[in-house]
Design a protein around this ligand. Structure first.
Ligand code: ARG
Length: 473
């Protein structure tokens, strides 16, 4: 079969090298974008007077047919000769419409094509991932709403710190995931430029209307510099880094769920449909879904590093190294598109052990700061109040009890400021109510935080589903 570049060569390629340097094994998944970009280029060629109206029609029909065949018969793509997706399309087009198919490549280079295809792919992936993130957030929010006034401990240094509402804790994850969605939206702004017409490095050799091609593909505008456009993969790098942060969030979440599912914590029961047993120990129920999410985060973070290292030594402009930038992107997208719906369903199915959480929220001196605040509100300087309550905790440790179990006389031996109402201030309800500021864990605050988050998620959903300019030329 004809190579796209064989003219100046006297010898054929070494067959082992020839196979090894191909990218069709992975860039075949860019076919739909290659077809769309080719159609836009063909129209520009027609407008520039290079293609006749009949040639354009036959090329566009040929491109459509290639897309249809690939959709209906995936084995169509098992092409043992194609070097890359660009070569594949040319080959199939010529097979369908004859030599006119060779005219499609007039005035363009594969360097601008791959840059364009990859941008179209990343843009579509961003939209899909943001949709999945919105669904995940909705489930967290539903669980937060169901939790009502249920309480649990919050930790610092993984030591019990202060009681919080379960809803407040769940909303912490919603914040993380909403930032991920926002990062992706921001990245999309720099993805959405069209390299077509940049040629191999110095621009197209024909007078192609770049604005026209950009618009046909739903890009905001054409890229501004042909050297940069053909060698830039910042958009992919930003994208895989945004995905690395998302995966890191999912991994932290997994770690916490694994911890909370242990008998030692007992805060949640693992859903059986997402856990496995042990072939050896009959009693086991293992948190496999969570462990795999945590494990796969490793390679998603690795993909971000791989891409950065691939780029760091490249002089301008296109270098074949850039072919190696595709797979880390695909791999991170695949991993997350599979993972996110599973995490969403896991979260819907998990059983919270509210009794255990409550019990834990009421022990371990988590009302100590509230106790110090009681003194502060009665005029004791904060440093002294801290000291007094520290002493009271010491007493409790000796007696193996909690602050509310100390008799008033003992408390008064530490400070005359203590009176009977101290015991009320130590109750879980009072402790929770202290943090009565926006963003705090007072039940009224959490109750207003839930609809506020719901509005943000609804806006995200709407953005993702809004009919967008994904026009295929
Ligand atoms: N398969 C190539 C890639 O992914 C397409 C561009 C080839 N360009 C070249 N000058 N050999 O980068």
């Amino acid at each position: 079969m004809k190579k796209m570049w064989s003219g100046r060569f006297r010898q054929p390629l070494d067959p082992v090298f020839e196979r090894w340097q191909r990218s069709f094994g992975f860039d075949r998944r860019l076919l739909q974008y290659e077809l769309a970009a080719s159609a836009a280029h063909a129209r520009a060629l027609k407008n520039a007077g290079i293609l006749s109206a009949e040639e354009l029609i036959s090329i566009l029909q040929g491109l459509d047919q290639i897309g249809e065949r690939a959709a209906v018969t995936p084995a169509f793509l098992d092409d043992d000769e194609a070097e890359d997706v660009h070569h594949f399309v040319e080959k199939q087009l010529v097979a369908l419409i004859g030599d006119a198919g060779y005219k499609l490549h007039s005035g363009r280079s594969r360097n601008e094509q791959i840059a364009t295809d990859l941008r179209l792919y990343v843009r579509a992936a961003i939209d899909q991932l943001r949709g999945d993130i919105a669904e995940l957030c909705m489930v967290f929010l539903d669980r937060a709403e169901q939790a009502g006034d249920a309480a649990m401990p919050a930790y610092t240094h993984l030591q019990k710190a202060e009681p919080v509402l379960v809803g407040h804790w769940l909303l912490a994850y919603v914040e993380m995931f909403l930032r991920d969605a926002e990062r992706l939206a921001d990245c999309r702004k720099r993805v959405n430029f069209c390299p077509l017409g940049s040629g191999a490095v110095a621009g197209a050799t024909l007078a192609l209307d770049r604005a026209f091609m950009a618009e046909a593909l739903g890009f905001d505008r054409a890229t501004a510099n042909s050297i940069d456009a053909t060698s830039d993969r910042d958009f992919a790098l930003e994208f895989v880094n945004a995905l690395a942060i998302l995966a890191m969030h999912l991994s932290r979440w997994s770690e916490e769920m694994i911890l909370f599912s242990t008998q030692e914590f007992g805060f949640l029961g693992l859903p059986e449909s997402y856990s496995t047993g042990s072939s050896a120990m009959p009693q086991k129920k293992n948190p496999d879904l969570l462990e795999l999410v945590r494990g796969k985060a490793g390679k998603i973070l690795g993909n971000a590093a791989a891409l950065a290292v691939t780029m760091k030594g490249l002089p301008l402009a296109y270098n074949k190294d850039l072919q190696e930038t595709q797979q880390p992107v695909f791999d991170s997208v695949d991993a997350l598109l599979q993972m996110l719906p599973l995490v969403t369903e896991w979260m819907r199915a998990v059983e919270f052990q509210y009794d255990r959480k409550l019990q834990s929220a009421q022990s371990g001196f988590m009302n100590a700061w509230a106790a110090a605040t009681y003194l502060v509100q009665r005029g004791v300087p904060s440093r002294m109040a801290h000291e007094k309550i520290g002493k009271a905790v010491q007493m409790c440790l000796e007696r193996n009890c909690e602050l509310q179990d100390l008799p008033l006389a003992d408390l008064q031996s530490l400070s005359p400021t203590f009176t009977d109402d101290f015991y009320d201030a130590l109750k879980l309800k009072s402790v929770l109510a202290i943090h009565d500021v926006p963003g705090g864990t007072a039940p009224t605050r959490v109750r207003e935080a839930i609809p506020a988050a719901r509005n943000r998620i609804a806006a995200l959903r709407e953005e993702v589903h809004a009919p967008e300019t994904h026009a295929h030329a």
